[in-house]
Write a protein of this length. Structure first.
Length: 377
């Protein structure tokens, strides 16, 4: 095979396989370091996990390495929003507590992290900030470090920004058939680069199966909804519920979260069985993104479950005290998942690294992960 016609330069400093947020973060980081970069993606535009999510930079709820990456990524998101021309906002997250166990979990994290990162709130302060049903609200917290973007606009804008840079190029509609030292093979010809990062998300096992198998990687399939609320007012922050405290490591390790899980195992087992993480973000057009469920398998079932969508809708109606939610879109998200790790980093050949975020926090951490990977290369 020959090089793709018109590739400038013929050999770049970095080849990136995959134009989701993890791949784009590597390209942005490389360009800012003065390197030349080509990103290659099989689709004609971004349609994967990076545009099917809440658009939520969930900083405070992370722990360990993921927290460090999230804190670094936060600043990069805000800077790239200005450079690439997409919306990003320091909206924070409101956590609505409707049970004593949830209040206890929030108090534990506030004591550990400090009241500046986890601002405990009264019921009145919660209902003033977000339009939730006041009846069962016992209080909650505000996480001011969290940010939001519109992923359906931000991901294309990042790709366009990369393609506009003198040393950057994004090649769409170019599936990758193999990678080796210094070369990415495609049906349209070979691409050559000094270094290669493979950021194929949940399809990493299609290109580098050994790395995925060694990590125990599977696919996590989600059900999500976009809904319209009659006469709904603006909801600036992301909104978490008690299920979020069972999902994210900063909260899930608390005694309060353990007590909540035990009670739900008896009282609300359907939420635990479906892996419900009930949260809400509002799109720029006013619609709400509602989700999500979690099911794990190497090959997920392709069919959505209507009872799970109904469960999400019922939870949202109860939270917002509304009776009518018109569903505008339904979709299934898929992301890479691996046990007991947030990130997959595997050297698959000299100068070739396979990279994936394996815990559903790619939007939150990718801009912090990418500099770490490039340093290692």
């Amino acid at each position: 095979m020959t090089d793709l016609p018109g590739l400038r330069p013929a050999r770049v400093d970095l080849l990136v396989v995959g134009a989701g947020i993890v791949g784009l973060a590597h390209a942005v980081t490389a360009l800012e370091r003065g390197l030349t970069v080509t990103v290659v993606d099989r689709d004609e535009r971004a349609v994967g996990a990076s545009v099917r999510n809440f658009g939520h930079g969930c900083v405070t709820a992370q722990e360990g390495e993921a927290l460090g990456f999230a804190q670094q990524a936060r600043g990069t998101w805000l800077r790239m929003a200005r450079l690439a021309g997409f919306w990003a906002a320091e909206t924070g997250t409101v956590v609505v507590a409707r049970a004593e166990e949830e209040l206890a979990a929030l108090d534990e994290v506030a004591q550990r992290r400090g009241r500046a990162e986890v601002v405990l709130m009264s019921p009145a302060e919660i209902t003033e900030r977000v339009p939730v049903h006041p009846g069962p609200v016992l209080g909650g917290a505000f996480l001011p470090r969290d940010i939001r973007v519109d992923p359906r606009a931000a991901i294309p804008a990042l790709a366009e920004w990369i393609d506009r840079q003198p040393g950057g190029r994004v090649l769409w509609s170019t599936p990758v058939t193999g990678v080796e030292e210094g070369v990415v093979h495609t049906p349209r010809g070979d691409l050559r680069g000094a270094r290669v990062v493979v950021c194929a998300g949940h399809d990493l096992d299609r290109l580098v199966p050994a790395a995925a198998e060694d990590a125990g990687m599977v696919r996590c399939a989600l059900q999500m909804l976009q809904v319209r609320v009659p006469e709904g007012g603006p909801i600036e922050p992301a909104v978490f519920t008690g299920s979020s405290l069972l999902r994210y490591p900063a909260f899930s390790s608390t005694d309060g979260a353990a007590a909540l899980r035990a009670r739900w195992a008896a009282d609300r087992p359907e939420l635990l069985e479906a892996g419900i993480h009930h949260m809400i973000t509002q799109r720029p057009d006013g619609d709400l993104v509602v989700g999500d469920t979690h099911a794990y398998a190497r090959t997920p079932d392709p069919f959505s479950s209507e009872p799970l969508d109904e469960l999400l809708l019922a939870e949202t109606c109860a939270l917002l005290r509304v009776t009518d939610l018109r569903v505008v879109h339904r979709w299934r998200g898929v992301y890479a998942s691996a046990p007991e790790r947030d990130f997959l980093r595997a050297k698959v050949a000299p100068g070739v690294m396979a990279v994936a975020v394996t815990s559903g926090i790619g939007m939150t951490t990718a801009f912090g992960l990418a500099p770490n990977i490039l340093d290692s290369l």
